[in-house]
Design a protein around this ligand. Structure first.
Ligand code: UDP
Length: 259
């Protein structure tokens, strides 16, 4: 890792300069945070799983024509992506009421929504990523109206695809967060999907039991978070070669040797 220049360290990932101009390496950590960084911990093997889950989902989305920054996975914890200018908006896609929506509007968690709801939050840790309206986004120039049209259309297509994919493996896609970026080509730029899609940024409930299979296990001190991430990966059919535990054992061995 030290051979590369670090560009940025976030809560769950480290970004390194990529091998060619215009590329970046995303390194997935096991670190977990919640409630604006007030709760901190680690989820064993999370980085390995999120790298794989995100690779899988971005690849499938590519097949249905959703452009993304993903180029290829490099190893257990790293993937090569295109460098983009991140749009400072978190797009929250909701199918079922949960989390901040339930709290804000007093709607019981688990209530199905009559149609998919898109919400936008301004990406600013110091402000706690406040909810904003499209008018704020246009007013403060965070994204143009054209860009927001592309973003919302892509978010709906991504949700349709992912909700179906997860339903097929007995998982309810309650809500999730997306981030987009601008890919520049000379003076022009286009919007592509960026960041990651993993159980860190999705609410995933077992369809039969409503058991939580995502970061809420960590946020709400439910325990079993590492097992929940593994269960999602297992149902997705990832890690076919020797199973997840073998891959995670190899990863912890490498970590020990590296440190
Ligand atoms: N989310 C996220 N990062 C954030 C905020 C939300 O990944 O900074 C995801 C979260 O995991 C959930 C969805 O977006 O799947 C909706 O989150 P919500 O607004 O309910 O906030 P929370 O309850 O997580 O504070």
């Amino acid at each position: 890792m030290s051979r590369r220049r670090q560009i940025y360290e976030g809560k769950a990932k480290i970004l390194y300069e990529g091998p060619e101009p215009g590329t970046i390496i995303q390194y997935f950590k096991d670190d977990a945070t919640a409630f604006d960084n007030k709760k901190k911990g680690t989820i064993n093997g999370k980085g390995v799983i999120n790298n794989r889950v995100s690779e899988h989902i971005f690849t499938l989305l590519g097949h249905i024509g959703i452009p993304s920054h993903f180029i290829r996975r490099l190893n257990m914890r790293e993937q090569l992506v295109k460098q983009v200018e991140i749009v400072p908006i978190e797009v929250i896609v909701r199918n079922v009421a949960a989390g901040s929506l339930s709290k804000r509007l007093g709607i019981e968690e688990g209530t199905p929504l009559p149609h998919t709801l898109l919400e936008y939050c301004y990406k600013d840790d110091a402000l706690g990523d406040p909810l904003v309206a499209e008018e704020h986004i246009a007013c403060f120039g965070w994204a143009t109206q054209e860009e927001m049209q592309d973003i919302s259309a892509m978010a709906i297509r991504i949700n349709d695809f992912m909700a179906g994919m997860f339903a097929g493996i007995g998982i309810k896609l309650v809500d999730f967060k997306l981030e987009f970026g601008r890919l520049f080509d000379g003076d022009f730029s286009r919007i592509i999907l960026a960041d990651e899609i993993s159980p860190d940024g999705c609410r995933l409930w077992d369809i039969e039991t409503n058991e939580k299979l995502d970061k809420d296990r960590f946020r709400r001190d439910l325990g079993g978070e590492a097992e929940a991430y593994q269960e999602v990966a297992r149902r997705m059919g990832l890690f076919p070669e020797g199973g997840i535990s073998e891959v995670l054992d190899l990863d912890s061995e490498r970590k020990k040797r590296g440190k």
